[in-house]
Every structure is written in structure tokens, then in C-alpha cells.
Design a protein around this ligand. Sequence first.
Ligand code: ADE
Ligand code: ZN
Length: 324
Amino acid sequence: MQSFIQGLPKVELHLHIEGSLEPELMFELAKRNQVDLPYQSIEEVSAAYQFHNLQSFLDIYYAGAAVLIHEQDFYDLTWAYLLCCQRDCVMHTEIFFDPQTHTERGIAFDTVITGITRALADGQQKLGISSELIMCFLRHLDQASAFETLSQAQPHLDSLVAVGLDSSELGHPPQKFIEVFAKAREQGLLTVAHAGEEGPAQNISDSLDLLKISRVDHGVRCIDDPKLVERLAKEQIALTVCPLSNTKLKVFEQMEQHNLLELLRQGLCITLNSDDPAYFGGYMTDNFEAVASALSPTQQELAQFTRHAIDASFCSAERKAQMR
Ligand code: ADE
Ligand code: ZN
């Protein structure tokens, strides 16, 4: 099974580029940029990665991003992730970035996006890995800040395929961002949102109805609303499920309790993704392996995760045809 999973072609649809910052690169960039870290060693960083919920992770994740200052830092971060994609047979990836995490501490929007897109272009050219870029709004900030971010993105709209919504779900429902999502759609961008990760199933329905999202990021709490499960199956709305993330952040205590296979067998378009691999203990292959050992899916079911991800991808019809 291990070699089947390793060699299985994969497509990633839920990856925060800031969440791929490995402790080694964090230390290297801290040194290069003379940024103080609250850790003395790589071992200390790894020991700090014990989370009891989403917020306990986000606090550490935003602090880690402080080492990213120059365009080259964003390039190096993205390139390191693409090398992991190559190792894991990832053919195509759709990457989230959180501009506000950087602009709030004085880094220019252009610095962030230029570093990331330059690495993605090299990923296409040198590794044959295709990609799309999704700009996320931080939902713990207000809609005015999201509007400002959308205006900073105007010169770069050609580099973006969609906008998304991430950060603390509890207390920050999709209703907060209706107008900025409408504006993004007017500008030709697709929309996605984290929903039903820690928050209620209602956040999934509201994101579909109010933000007109094309996919649901996480979405595992849909199980609490049988009518919603029926809708997700009927309309084949993809869920970008992140198994190792969900167990690290205690959405499920143990992988054996994860509902992803049950949802797949009810006909939902389930995909497997890594979310923040440097923080949650693994990239795409690790997520597939964790699911395989805890839930014992068939090889056909494992291959189905990739087929679903191709179907749900925002890439061109030509690229989809190549990957099938
Ligand atoms: N930002 C990075 N990872 C996230 C997650 N799993 N949920 C919400 N916001 C995030
Ligand atoms: Zn996420």
C-alpha cells in the first residue's frame, strides 16, 4: 500500500503557503533577516507544535511568519514546498496565501505575491508542476481590511484564480464578508471558504448561499446536517479535507474517528490535502498514508481522491484532460 500511495499522482487543493514553513527554513530566514524567534533550537520549535484547537495553532503560525520579509524569502518558502510536491507526485497544486499576515507588519503586498508567483512559474517550468493561487482574507479582521487587500491585489488579478476565507472560524461567520466576496466575483474571481472545520454546519450552507463558493475548505461538520450532506452529494460540491490537520487541531481526537471515508461512501466529492504541512506532521503522501492506515480505504478509493481533486480543480480544461 505504501508504494501505491507514494506513486499515486496527486492534486492538492488546500495548502497555506505560510503553513509550509519548516522549522529549518524558519531558523535560516530568522538569521538572514535578524529576526528574534521565541525558540532556541529546531527541537524547541517542534516541541511547541502541540495544539489543542485551531486558535492555539494560529497564534504560533502567525508568529512564525514574522521571518518572511523579502521577496526572496517568499520565493524560497514556495520553492521548498514545490520540491515536496515533486517528491510526493503532486501534479497540480492550488495555494492559499494570507496577504494580511504580512501587510499588517509592514511588508508590501507586491513583495509577497511576486516572490510566490516567481517560484510557481519556476515550478511549472523546471518541475512540470502546474498551480493556481488563491488569496485568503483573514476572517478575524474586518471586512474593510479585506476590501483594502482586494484593492492591493488589483495589479495582480491575472495571478489569482480565487479568493478564500481562513483564520478563526468561531465568532467570524461568512455573513461578515458578503460584500467583499461579491466584489471579487464581479472581478472574475472564484470563491472558496473555510467552513465547518471548527464551526457549525450552518457556516457551510451560508458560505455556499451567501459567498457563492465553488468548494468548501474542510467542511467535515456537514455531518451534523443530513440535508446539507444530501445537497453536497447531489451538487457534487467538493470538500477539501485535511486529515492530519483535523487530528492535530482536535477536530477529531483520532484518525480512526475521521468521517471522510463515510462521506466519500455517501457519494460526496472528497479530496485529501495537507493544509499546513510543516505544523501538522506531513505533506500529501503523509496524509494519504495516515488515512490508509487508520481507515483502510481500498486502492480505488485512494485513487478517487485524486480524481475528485482533478474534477474540483480551478485549472484549465486542457490541464484537467492531461491529468486524467
Ligand atoms: N490558516 C491556516 N490554516 C488554517 C486552518 N486549518 N483553518 C483556518 N485558518 C487557517
Ligand atoms: Zn486551511
